[in-house]
Design a protein around this ligand. Structure first.
Ligand code: SF4
Length: 273
């Protein structure tokens, strides 16, 4: 806490930008508090990545959970919402599993909330709008872009989040509806058990008039058919080739880095930065 009574808080998502921001600010803001809002539905490697980050920061990362009164996790919340899976239009998950735990962690005191939004992106997303929480965007203020973030991570020894190795582009819940179809294919190939769990959630809601799907109107039971997975892969390669051809100004690191540069402008700042 500084002399004005403000706490310094950095929310980690398990993603590259918030991890890089923590490293970037480590020596500048010694009383920084780090927090990770665990939905209980994260990818397994997220915990390992945060453990390594903790060692680099030399400080504990506080883990907040969804638990609050009757709600002890996603499955209970889903019942409260009548079996209605969250989506970009019904994004109760971010509010209940990320924002509320964050606001509980802050309480009513004043704080600076450091957000890893980069200078090369124009994302919108959920961040707290409580008046006692003042957002600060160091990467935007200092003009840092994606290549800088990759450099910070490489130089620190932390590297990119491990899930990028199998082609996932974002942190957050394994069933996140912001995944592209190709990411669902990769989830199926990398973590068939998690894919099965995600698929099991696709059933009619309380009134049994609607079935909710994670991936638009396409049930995961359809998406996982071998011919459909092959089609998604082919289409993805075509889009990738087109993007590569159009990206004359893209940095060499992005092109050679093996990570698809398909960050959405949507998503949650708190889930995915
Ligand atoms: S990662 Fe996706 S599914 Fe999980 S809370 Fe965030 S928006 Fe919801």
């Amino acid at each position: 806490m500084n002399q004005n009574g403000f706490r310094h808080i950095l929310s980690l998502s398990g993603g590259k930008d918030s991890a890089a921001l923590a490293i970037y600010l480590r020596d500048r803001i010694p009383d920084m508090e780090y927090v990770f809002h665990d939905t209980g539905k994260e990818l397994p490697e997220t915990y390992e990545y945060l453990g390594r980050l903790e060692a680099i920061l030399g400080k504990e990362i506080h883990k907040s959970t969804v638990e609050n009164g009757d709600f002890i996790g996603f499955d209970q919340l889903l019942k409260v919402y009548g079996g209605m899976l969250p989506s970009s239009h019904r994004r109760w998950c971010t509010r209940m599993m990320k924002l509320r735990p964050f606001e509980r962690f802050i309480g009513s005191g004043k704080c600076y909330n450091y957000v890893g939004l980069r200078a090369d992106e124009d994302r919108t997303g959920y961040i707290s709008s409580k008046p006692n929480i003042i957002p600060i965007y160091p990467f935007k203020e200092d003009g840092l872009v994606r290549g800088d973030i990759v450099n910070i991570l490489e130089e620190s020894g932390l590297g990119m989040p491990p899930y990028t190795e199998w082609g996932r582009t974002r942190s957050g819940c394994f069933f996140c509806f912001y995944q592209q179809k190709i990411e669902w294919v990769r989830l199926k190939e990398t973590y068939p058990d998690l894919f099965e769990q995600a698929k099991a959630y696709e059933k009619p809601g309380k009134k049994a008039t609607t079935t909710f799907y994670w991936c638009g109107n396409e049930p995961l039971a359809e998406l996982e058919k071998p011919e459909r997975m092959e089609q998604i892969k082919r289409e993805h390669e075509l889009v990738k080739a087109r993007k590569k051809a159009n990206s004359a100004n893209k940095s060499l690191m992005n092109i050679l880095g093996g990570v698809d540069d398909y960050e959405s402008n949507e998503g949650c700042l708190i889930c995915q930065l």
